[in-house]
Design a binder for this molecule. Sequence first.
Ligand code: URA
Length: 271
Amino acid sequence: MNDEGLSLRYILDWYNWAGVDETVGDEPLSLNPKKTQDVLKRALPKVELSAQKVVADNVDVRKATTDLAQATLDAKHNARELCKKAANLEELKNLVEHFDGCALKLTANKTVFGAGKAHAKIMFVGEAPGADEDRIGEPFVGRSGHLLDKIIQSIALSRDDVYITNVLPWRPPGNRTPTEAEVAVCLPFLKRHIELVSPDVIVLLGGAAANALFDNQESISKLRGKWLEYVLPDERIIPAIATFHPAYLLRNSAQKAKVWSDFLRLKKKIF
Ligand code: URA
């Protein structure tokens, strides 16, 4: 290496030692001020353009977020107003089937409204239809549903003696967790559903159902097994109890004992 090479090497080492170990531009800056100015003049418009794009993108995201929040509020208000028109379950079902304020409907095959005895003593509320429910159009007809049937039989009842529904009448694609907006938009339908069935007791299957109806973020482990009070618009109170979701029990059979104890409490209440 000649002297010039050695001194360049020395400068590079010095930069490296000082922490300058990365290039930030496509073109090297010259130590000659005139050349540096030329390079900067060529580079600046590109930088400005990308800066403008970043700002525009952020504005778009902010606008989309605001639009979504407004659309959710409108859809929720719309759902609430529609619900008032439903005088019975048939009318509510019809309204839900024709409601276009929730995008989940676009990806679902069927609207899964509810099933069972119209004025049952016990009303079960799950989270949302899965693939089997979406195909058949009835709540809890897949693996979780078969387990739920057995749990109901354990207190000497059958599916025909109870009423079953979900917080959401449409399956979230790929069984993903429903968004807060989706839950908020569909909640007025669930609340009217409860008013129309008017059960003696509500059983909330899983944390999502309990959190939606009681508007909290408590974990299901903390909520389950205790009597809660669901207050209807006319101030009547319906006792409600949360328990683990059957799908969770299929993955954690050790928790079945807790559900059994929750159902014993339920049995005591209704018989
Ligand atoms: N899980 C639910 O929460 N609801 C159903 O209907 C089926 C599975």
